[in-house]
Design a protein around this ligand. Structure first.
Ligand code: N01
Length: 516
C-alpha cells in the first residue's frame, strides 16, 4: 500500500505541497493515510464532531452496508472480525474510527468546522479556504491542494410536497433520524422504497401500530442468503491465520459482487424484449430474481403485482431484501402503490386521492446526488464558480479533476458511483493512490500547479457518455438519481472495477498543464 517515490524528496520540499481535505469519512481517511505515508502534509476539515462521514451521520434502524464487508473495507486494513457478511452501521463506524486512529489520522482532523468557500489564488498556485466554526466565526486556511471528500449522498432530499409544513406530527428524513421520537404504537408513514426504506421499514414494522409505505415506483430486490448470516468462528480463523486466504476471499467478492455482473448491463440492440431485459444475461438475472420474489411472497398475486418490477433489473439501484418480503405479509403493514400528492395536518393524500392519517412521517426519499460539493462556493481560475461551470451536469477527468480548477481533486466525484456492484472503498483507494502519485509527480518535477487539459477532459467525458449510452441505466422509462435533468448519467462509472483500477494506477502528467 505504500506508494514509492521515484527519487527521495527532502521533507522541506514536501512541506510546500500541503493538502486540505474536506470531510473525514471513508474517503477523507483513505486520502489522509496515503498522504501521510508519502510524507505530504495535510489537514482534514470535518463539519461533524466525529469522523466517519455517512457511517456516523446515518443512524436509522438497521442501517448497514449492502456490499460484502470483507470487500467493503480498506485493502491495507483487512478486518477478520466482521460479525456479519454485511455489517451494520455501528460496526462500520467503529472500524473507520479504529483505522483513523491506527494510522495516526485523527489528530489531523479539525472537527466542528465547515468549509463555506474556497478560491484559487492564480499567482500563488494555492487555495484559500474559508472555514466556519460552530459559533459562526470564520478563518481562512491556505493550502497548495484542495481535495473534496464529501461524498455523493450526503445531502438529504425532502420533496417540497404541498402542505408539508402543516403536518402536526414529527416528520424527518431517514438520514436525519430523530432518536428522540418514539415510534412504538404509532401510525407511521414511510415515503419512498429505496435502499434506506428497505433497511428501516422491516426494523420498525414490529414496534409501530401501523406502517404505511408509499411506493411511487417499484424497485428490483435481490434475495441474498449471506445478507443476514453471521461470520462463523471457523471463517474468522481462516481469515486471520491462513496465508493469502483473506486476499483470495476478497478477490472472490471483487469478482462475484462487482465485475461478474457487468455482462448483465450492456444493451444488446437485437434483444427482442428491451422493455423487460437488455440482453440474455440480464434476462437470466431477471428470471432468477422473479423466482426468488415469487417464493418469498408466497405467490400472493396481490403482493407480486405490487412488488415485482416490469423493467430490466439493474436499471436503477438494486436492493437487497432485508426481510422486506416477510414484512409485507404483516397485518400492520400496507404498501401503497402511489406517490404523494400533498400533506395535511393529519397525514398524507396520495396521488390516487386517498387520504390517510398518521402520527409520524419518515422521508426515505433519497439524496441530492447531483448537487456534488454543495453548498460550498468553489472559485477556480478567473473567479469562475464550479457550480456555474457544472450547473446540473458535473463532469471531471477520471471523476477527479476538472478544467479551470487547478490543484483540486474530487473523491467519489462525477461518474464514479458503482451501480453494478463493487465496493466504493475499492474505488476510493484507486483515487487516493492516483492523487498521491500526481502530487508526488509534481514535487519530483518541481512544479506547483497542475490542471487537467480541456481536450483530455472532454475526450474522456465523450467516452464516458458513449459507454453509458450502451448501458442499462439510460433506460428512458426508469427514473433514478444516476441521471441529471437531461437524462445524462452523471453519478455512475462507465467502467468495470478492473478498468478503473488500471486507468488510475499511474498518473500521466502529460495529460495536465503544469506550471510553477
Ligand atoms: O434513496 P433512493 P435511498 N414522491 O433515491 C422515492 C445509498 N444507500 O436513501 O423510485 C414519492 O434510492 C423514490 O421513488 P422513485 C445507496 O447508494 C446505501 O433509499 O424515484 N416518492 C424512491 O423510492 C442508495 O442507492 C445504503 O419513484 C418519492 C425513494 O424515495 C442511495 O443511498 C443504504 C419522491 C428514494 O430512493 C439512496 O438510497 C441506504 C416523491 N416526490 C442508502 N421522491 C447501503 O449501502 C423520491 N421518492 C445499505
Amino acid at each position: 500500500t505504500h506508494i514509492q517515490w521515484q527519487t527521495p524528496q527532502p521533507q522541506a520540499r514536501k512541506d510546500d505541497y500541503s493538502c486540505l481535505i474536506i470531510g473525514s469519512g471513508m474517503s477523507g481517511i483513505c486520502m489522509a493515510i496515503h498522504l501521510k505515508q508519502a510524507g505530504i502534509p495535510f489537514t482534514l476539515i470535518e463539519k461533524n464532531d466525529r469522523a466517519g462521514g455517512t457511517w456516523y451521520q446515518n443512524t436509522y434502524p438497521a442501517c448497514g452496508v449492502d456490499t460484502p464487508n470483507h470487500f467493503y473495507s480498506f485493502s491495507f486494513a483487512p478486518n477478520a472480525d466482521w460479525s456479519g457478511y454485511y455489517s451494520k452501521r455501528d460496526e462500520l463506524f467503529a472500524y473507520l474510527l479504529k483505522v483513523a486512529d491506527a494510522y495516526g489520522i485523527t489528530p489531523h482532523i479539525q472537527f466542528n468546522t465547515t468549509v463555506t468557500e474556497a478560491s484559487y489564488d492564480e499567482a500563488a498556485h494555492r487555495w484559500q479556504v474559508t472555514v466556519q466554526d460552530p459559533d459562526g466565526s470564520e478563518q481562512v486556511l491556505d493550502s497548495r491542494f484542495l481535495i473534496s471528500a464529501t461524498g455523493q449522498l450526503n445531502r438529504p432530499s425532502v420533496p417540497d410536497f404541498p402542505g408539508k409544513e402543516t403536518f402536526k406530527g414529527p416528520a424527518f428524513h431517514s438520514a436525519e433520524w430523530r432518536q428522540d421520537v418514539d415510534l412504538s404504537g404509532k401510525r407511521v408513514a414511510v415515503i419512498g422504497t429505496g435502499a434506506s426504506a428497505m433497511q428501516l421499514c422491516p426494523a420498525i414494522a414490529p414496534e409501530v401500530a401501523e406502517l404505511t409505505i408509499f411506493q411511487r415506483s417499484k424497485h428490483w430486490i435481490r434475495i441474498l442468503p449471506d445478507y443476514h448470516r453471521t461470520v462463523s468462528d471457523a471463517k474468522k480463523w481462516l481469515l486471520r491465520h491462513v496465508p493469502f486466504y483473506q486476499n483470495w476471499y476478497r478477490f472472490k467478492l471483487f469478482w462475484g459482487y462487482g465485475d461478474g455482473l457487468w455482462e448483465s448491463l450492456k444493451k444488446d440492440p437485437d434483444w427482442p424484449h428491451p422493455e423487460r431485459a437488455v440482453n440474455a444475461e440480464n434476462d437470466r438475472h431477471r428470471q432468477i430474481y422473479v423466482r426468488h420474489l415469487e417464493q418469498a411472497l408466497d405467490r400472493n398475486p396481490e403482493l407480486m403485482d405490487k412488488v415485482i418490477p416490469d423493467y430490466p433489473p439493474f436499471s436503477k439501484r438494486m436492493l437487497i431484501d432485508n426481510y422486506w418480503c416477510e414484512m409485507l405479509k404483516r397485518d400492520n403493514v400496507d404498501l401503497v402503490s402511489a406517490g404523494v400528492d400533498r400533506l395535511t395536518a393529519e397525514g398524507i393524500v396520495d396521488t390516487n386521492g386517498d387520504a390517510r392519517d398518521f402520527d409520524a412521517i419518515i422521508y426515505a426519499t433519497g439524496f441530492k446526488a447531483g448537487e456534488l460539493l454543495f453548498p460550498m462556493t468553489l472559485q477556480g481560475r478567473g473567479g469562475v464558480r464550479l457550480h456555474d461551470q457544472w450547473q446540473d451536469d458535473p463532469r471531471a477527468y477520471l471523476g477527479m479533476t476538472t478544467p479551470g480548477f487547478p490543484n483540486m481533486f474530487i473523491l467519489y466525484g462525477p461518474n464514479t458511483n458503482l451501480a453494478h456492484g463493487g465496493s466504493t472503498i475499492f474505488q476510493v483507494e484507486c483515487q487516493t493512490r492516483y492523487i498521491t502519485k500526481s502530487i508526488m509527480g509534481m514535487i519530483e518535477a518541481d512544479r506547483t500547479e497542475l490542471e487537467i487539459r480541456k481536450d483530455i477532459h472532454d475526450e474522456y467525458n465523450r467516452t464516458v457518455d458513449d459507454i453509458h449510452n450502451g448501458m442499462i441505466w439510460t433506460h428512458p422509462d426508469v427514473g433514478s438519481w444516476y441521471k441529471n435533468s437531461e437524462g445524462r448519467i452523471v453519478a455512475n462509472t462507465p467502467w468495470r472495477l478492473v478498468d478503473y483500477w488500471s486507468l488510475t494506477y499511474d498518473t500521466d502528467l502529460t495529460k495536465y498543464h503544469l506550471a510553477g
